[in-house]
Design a protein around this ligand. Structure first.
Ligand SMILES: [Zn+2]
Ligand SMILES: [Zn+2]
Length: 468
């Protein structure tokens, strides 16, 4: 029997067990460990909250990740059932049977398996365990180990030795809805109940306005946060938080009102941004940066690989600065959409493309007023971006002949699979005015492009448009 058949059989067994929830819960004491993961997946996808709670209580592995199982805010009740089942284990819980859960990870992550393979008994046993907080398993066990090595293990001075330290990994979205507040309140009370033993480890924090923030912040170690997203906060509030989230991987700021960019606030923003040594992704939307990009690039790490700057009122000078920056040779993802960077000259962008050509995988230049002549001029540089997978240049005034010529050039980029192209100008009576779009003409355009793709044996490449 091959592995795939075994997996399918386990899935079938799990599903049939769930037809009778009380029986499924009763069986948890007896079923083999191998059945736990398929049973968990089936219970999660089927919304069997009572079974999920019971499974967390007796989980026979040291970590549990919801990983790729799809969850949205509407699934709060499922996550709550799992949190409810989380119980702190007594120390020295070394029996081969019985509950073992030490890390419950409620973050959606497409690349994460339900459990980490158990290589050994020593820490770190889980790929996602916290390495920053003083309340993490890593830190506490390291402290306990040091105490033991000093030979004072029986003095009763070991930190939290009666219970196993545990971690609850979450992404938190502060959006002021009643449901979110209920969820946060459950998180807070769980931490309070298990103070000292349970580390609430928030890796992703999304804040829509600064509402309801203060009450949850006292329960979080902000040094654990890897992804921070803030929408409609003023720059002073951003700076206050930025000073405490020193291990950020990615920072997304959207709709930061321009009137809050007082000189002192902007200087502080740059100061704290410069402290984020792990930063790899920076996304600023509706963040006015005209002739200021150099100040930003001076402080962000050179290894930054994602730079999103739509609606940032960038100038040609800013593009020139970007092309000369150390970041330019590392960028994998770049968005300069909705900036009028082609209104005067195209050379800065052309130079930038040459610089990023050895790394760039994803490029967005939608609504930048790119014309036929500009596109033709930058085409040779674009053709050198051999790692490019996604190109989006919608809402630019391009004609059909130039679009076809572009397609013919780009078919040589074998990694390029997805292109969002602008509706050619002849399809509109009045360019870019949605009501004047001739859908028949657009359908003919699509057919012609597909014919060229087919002729070039590039049916694996998708060309689509945003016409809505
Ligand atoms: Zn794990
Ligand atoms: Zn942590």
């Amino acid at each position: 029997m091959d592995q795939k058949t075994t997996v399918t059989l386990l899935e079938l067994a799990a599903k049939s067990l769930l037809n009778n929830e009380p029986a499924a819960i009763h069986a948890l004491d007896e079923i083999p460990r191998d059945l736990f993961v398929p049973l968990f997946n089936a219970a999660f996808l089927g919304g069997h909250k009572t079974v999920l709670k019971a499974m967390v209580q007796v989980w026979p592995f040291r970590c549990l990740h919801i990983g790729s199982l799809n969850t949205r805010e509407s699934s709060y009740d499922i996550l709550e059932a799992m949190i409810d089942g989380l119980q702190i284990l007594p120390a020295q819980n070394s029996s081969s049977w019985g509950p073992k859960l030490r890390i419950l990870d409620l973050r959606p992550d497409l690349d994460c398996e339900t459990i980490c393979s158990e290589i050994g008994t020593a820490f770190p046993f889980c790929l996602q365990s916290c390495i920053y907080s003083q309340r993490s398993i890593f830190y506490i066990e390291d402290a306990q180990h040091s105490v033991r090595c000093l030979g004072i293990g029986n003095s009763g001075s070991e930190p939290h030795s009666a219970q196993e330290p545990m971690e609850l990994l979450v992404d938190i979205s502060l959006n002021s809805t009643v449901r979110t507040e209920q969820f946060l309140s459950l998180l807070c009370s769980k931490v309070q109940q298990n103070f000292g033993s349970l580390h609430l480890c928030c890796r992703g924090l999304r804040i829509h306005r600064m509402s309801a923030l203060k009450s949850i912040l006292q329960f979080l170690d902000l040094g654990c946060i890897e992804h921070l997203e803030m929408d409609q906060a003023n720059l002073r509030e951003v700076v206050t938080l930025l000073a405490r989230v020193i291990h950020l991987n990615s920072l997304t700021l959207c709709n930061i009102p321009f009137k809050s960019y007082k000189r002192r606030n902007f200087r502080s923003f740059l100061l704290w941004l410069g402290q984020l040594d792990n930063l790899q992704e920076l996304s600023l939307t509706f963040f006015c940066l005209t002739d200021q990009l150099h100040t930003l690039l001076r402080v962000v790490p050179p290894q930054l690989d994602t730079l999103y700057l739509p609606f940032c009122s960038l100038s040609n000078r800013d593009v020139t600065v970007l092309s000369q920056s150390s970041q330019a040779t590392h960028l994998r993802v770049l968005s300069l959409s909705n900036n009028q960077i082609f209104s005067e000259v195209y050379e800065p962008f052309q130079t930038l493309l040459e610089k990023v050509s050895s790394t760039l995988q994803h490029l967005e230049i939608n609504n930048c007023m790119i014309t036929d002549s500009t596109l033709s001029a930058v085409l040779p540089a674009l053709s050198h971006c051999t790692h490019l997978r996604v190109l989006s240049f919608a809402f630019n005034p391009i004609t059909m002949p130039v679009l076809k010529s572009l397609l013919q050039h780009l078919t040589s980029l074998m990694k390029l699979k997805y292109v969002i192209y602008p509706v050619p100008v002849h399809c509109y009576e009045e360019w870019n005015f949605h009501e004047s779009l001739d859908r028949q003409k657009l359908a003919e355009v699509q057919a012609q492009l597909e014919a060229v793709l087919h002729g070039a044996q590039r049916d694996d490449m998708t060309w689509a448009t945003c016409s809505k």
